[in-house]
Design a protein around this ligand. Sequence first.
Ligand SMILES: [Zn+2]
Length: 140
Amino acid sequence: MADTNLAGGCQCGDVRYALAGEPMFAAICHCTMYRKAHAAPAVAWAMYQQTQVVFPNKSPKQFESSKDAQRGFCARCGTQISFTASFLPGLIDISIGSLDEPGAITPSLHYRHSKHLSWAEFADDLPRHAELPPFGESEG
Ligand SMILES: [Zn+2]
């Protein structure tokens, strides 16, 4: 699915991270929260165990985007880096766009596709789930 030992960071370089091993899962989300946070039509992310992710310098600043969720970003340049939530204990989503080699991780599906923008259709054959993928299918 992906190379191991990838790295990435924000635009200005203050926040860097290293990823150990493969992600558990990668997907493209079309929900309105991701769209607003990233100011992008849709957002690709990869899920890791928090123990797989190291921030050697500055950690992302956290914004509580909802009662249970935090979005991590660079306090200096604003790049969106991470997503963590109380309902995903021990897990962290990393924005694929912040990787040094974003092509190294391929999403396996789209979700919240009911919210997708009509002019932002991806030219792929990946499954498109109107809301969340069925449990179990998301692991791939
Ligand atoms: Zn930065």
